[in-house]
Design a protein around this ligand. Structure first.
Ligand SMILES: [Zn+2]
Length: 143
């Protein structure tokens, strides 16, 4: 489904979900429930959140083979591919533990600095390529 209005008119909703998360979250906050894009965007985000971070590996322990559950942020910002599983201690990654946060859901990242980078890292870890074309998102989200 493509946007039928606004700044991304003609662009696939799923593409905008990855490329401009702030726009999508703004759009959702407007609660334009009469727009078919509204429910679709929520559905795409739900599907995105359900896909595991299979392309990432846990950084907290050498050769940890457990599935990754979270991206670690330093000072509420993206600070590289610092992934952690559910069993390792993310606080082992940095000394200043009060600066550490973990995120793993799309809407959890609202308002964070460099949010686009965080969502891009999520996308890569979930198996999307670096360059996200309309075809890529359609195949990825199977629609
Ligand atoms: Zn681990």
């Amino acid at each position: 489904m493509n946007f039928s209005f606004g700044k991304y008119k003609g662009k696939p909703v799923a593409w905008v979900v990855i490329e401009d998360p702030d726009y999508i979250s703004w759009f959702i906050r407007q609660e334009m429930k009469h727009r078919k894009e509204y429910g679709f965007a929520i559905e795409i985000i739900k599907r995105f959140d359900e896909i595991p971070f299979s392309n990432a590996s846990c950084c907290a322990r050498y050769h940890c083979q457990n599935p990754v559950e979270y991206l670690c942020l330093y000072d509420l910002e993206y600070s590289g591919e610092n992934w952690v599983c559910d069993y390792c201690d993310p606080w082992s990654l940095w000394v200043r533990e009060n600066k550490l946060t973990t995120v793993n859901k799309y809407e959890e990242t609202i308002g964070l600095r460099n949010r686009a980078k965080i969502i891009k890292a999520f996308a890569r870890a979930k198996g999307l390529p670096e360059r996200i074309t309309e075809k890529v998102v359609r195949e990825f989200f199977e629609y």
